[in-house]
Design a protein around this ligand. Structure first.
Ligand SMILES: [Zn+2]
Length: 344
């Protein structure tokens, strides 16, 4: 087993002129840690953190627990890209590829060691894409039984690797929340209560999911800060996001998948993200926001979906809109620590 590495303690890019200043709540916490694929670290070691990316996936392909990547081709594509991302001062990435569409924790561990970026994997099942990636046993088992599987992954490690998940990832389809998606949500909450793991729930523009999550959290006596409204930028207006953030839920604006050219699509993405961010800032809710790209450095049968637009496009835009260095730091450094810390 590899020894834990101190990749980079903190970023120089974003700390210029601003101290890495955890907010008051953080200072009161004791050992706040997170499990990466190379072992537990103090959350302060995350540095600049991308909270929703895919290092690789088989999304679009058949459901399969064994991803069977062409490892040589994958490494030839992903490692240089991770090195580029590292050169942008990124120190850690949460990989949101779940079991059954491409999670391979051993491979993530190798990529982490070779790129010297902390990678964090997940437990949970993906209930969006019309349930295509939900394994059959999830329909037969109860929420408790599913939670037990996920808790075991946390306590004993995933398969025989000893690698532990750093968060729970689930997903729900659009429209009325289906029975199976609700079961995944309940299993995620039970897992969170037993492990302290935070839940990223693919929600998009379906506020019904976040409303139900709030009801379930009240029933399960779980505090709303364990829940992330993933792909929240897909909402056209900001009101629901403000309401959820005020209730204590994390808002993940994670669609900054900017490609090389300044296309209209890029501009629309940037506009949507800045619109929500300004609305949340006005309500003094930046402390509840995460930003990321939902990129993929090894998508099935396609070119890299970049995860660098935050650095090449979005930060300059934030500065134009008078966001301070400290606020940018908050989004990329402080908030991920707050969101994903397991406090003991
Ligand atoms: Zn994703």
């Amino acid at each position: 087993m590899p020894t834990r590495r101190q990749f980079i303690q903190q970023s120089s890019l974003l700390s210029l002129g601003s101290v890495l200043s955890p907010s008051i709540g953080m200072a009161q916490k004791k050992a706040a840690k997170i499990y990466t694929v190379t072992g537990a670290i103090d959350v302060s070691e995350l540095g600049v953190c991308l909270t929703h990316e895919h290092i690789m996936s088989n999304f679009g392909g058949e459901r399969s627990y064994q991803p069977n990547y062409d490892v040589a081709a994958l490494k030839a594509q992903v490692l240089p890209y991770l090195k580029r991302i590292k050169s942008l001062e990124v120190n850690s990435i949460l990989d949101c590829t779940t079991a059954y569409f491409g999670r391979d924790v051993q491979l993530l561990q190798e990529l982490s060691e070779e790129s010297e970026i902390y990678l964090i994997t997940n437990t949970g099942y993906y209930g969006a894409a019309n349930d295509r990636y939900i394994p059959k046993h999830a329909y037969q088992e109860t929420a408790e039984q599913l939670a037990e599987r996920w808790i075991q992954e946390f306590e004993k490690g995933i398969d025989q690797t000893g690698i532990r998940p750093g968060f729970v990832k689930i997903a729900a389809d659009g429209g009325e929340v289906s029975h199976i998606d609700q079961k995944l949500m309940q299993a995620a909450l039970k897992t969170s209560r037993a492990t302290g793991l935070t839940i990223a729930c693919h929600t998009g523009n379906n506020p019904a999911v976040s409303k139900l999550a709030q009801e379930l959290m009240a029933e399960e006596s779980v505090k709303p800060s364990v829940w992330i409204w993933t792909h929240a930028h897909q909402m056209e207006t900001s009101e629901e996001l403000i309401g959820a953030a005020k209730a204590g839920i994390w808002i993940s604006l994670d669609g900054l998948r900017i490609s090389g050219k300044d296309t209209e699509a890029n501009q629309a993405l940037l506009d949507r993200h800045i619109q929500h961010l300004l609305a949340l800032k006005e309500q003094d809710l930046l402390s509840r926001v995460l930003i990321s790209h939902d990129g993929n450095s090894f998508p099935r049968g396609g070119a890299i979906r970049p995860y660098e637009g935050i650095f090449t496009h979005f930060i300059p835009l934030l500065k134009d809109k008078r966001f301070t260095e400290q606020e940018i730091n908050q989004l990329l450094v402080d908030n991920p620590q707050q969101a994903f810390a397991i406090v003991e």
